[in-house]
Design a protein around this ligand. Structure first.
Ligand code: GTP
Ligand code: MG
Length: 164
């Protein structure tokens, strides 16, 4: 049969933001895992949609592993960047990591698409996706296609159209 087009996706963002939970929800239901633990280093997830074959690099967001991210930038064709919308204290750290990413030589001059998830919208302390996009200064990203979705990765993955 026809070979599906392969896409390499990088999933980035601080620890505890919900990256692994979101990736898990994007998988077909029979491939989803029930309990999710903090990622050590990174994990490679492969799954297919109707037309594409995805390889997702689900990176750990813990400080001690963030230096691993850049080794995968070259082969990444799309980025998912997840933010814990309820973690106001660390929003500035998320912005620093995003700025470092955007200024990296393997990312800076490429029109690589970025999908932001303003995650944990179900929590009382969560700020809106508009506020997240202001706090991260997303309007300054002019040379890459990007989009931000509000999500609650536990009860509803948000952005159902991701799966199509
Ligand atoms: P690292 O692998 O350490 O970088 O973390 P991660 O970004 O992969 O986060 P993970 O998916 O492991 O989720 C961290 C915690 O947040 C888990 O307890 C999840 O159940 C919880 N969580 C994820 N998404 C949501 C959400 O939308 N709402 C709420 N309330 N909790 C969430
Ligand atoms: Mg994880």
């Amino acid at each position: 049969g026809l070979k599906k087009k392969e896409v390499h996706v990088l999933c980035l963002g601080l620890d505890n933001s919900g990256k692994t939970t979101i990736i898990n929800k994007l998988k077909p239901s029979n491939a989803q895992s029930q309990d999710i633990v903090p990622t050590i280093g990174f994990s490679i997830e492969k799954f297919k949609s109707s037309s594409l074959s995805f390889t997702v690099f689900d990176m750990s967001g813990q400080g001690r592993y963030r230096n691993l991210w850049e080794h995968y930038y070259k082969e990444g064709q799309a980025i998912i960047f997840v933010i814990d919308s309820s973690d106001r204290l660390r929003m500035v750290v998320a912005k620093e990591e995003l700025d470092t990413l955007l200024n990296h030589p393997d990312i800076k001059h490429r029109r690589i698409p970025i999908l932001f998830f303003a995650n944990k919208m179900d929590l009382r302390d969560a700020v809106t996706s508009v506020k997240v996009s202001q706090l991260l200064c997303l309007e300054n990203i002019k040379d890459k296609p990007w989009h931000i979705c509000a999500s609650d990765a536990i009860s509803d993955p948000g952005c159902e159209d991701m799966k199509r």
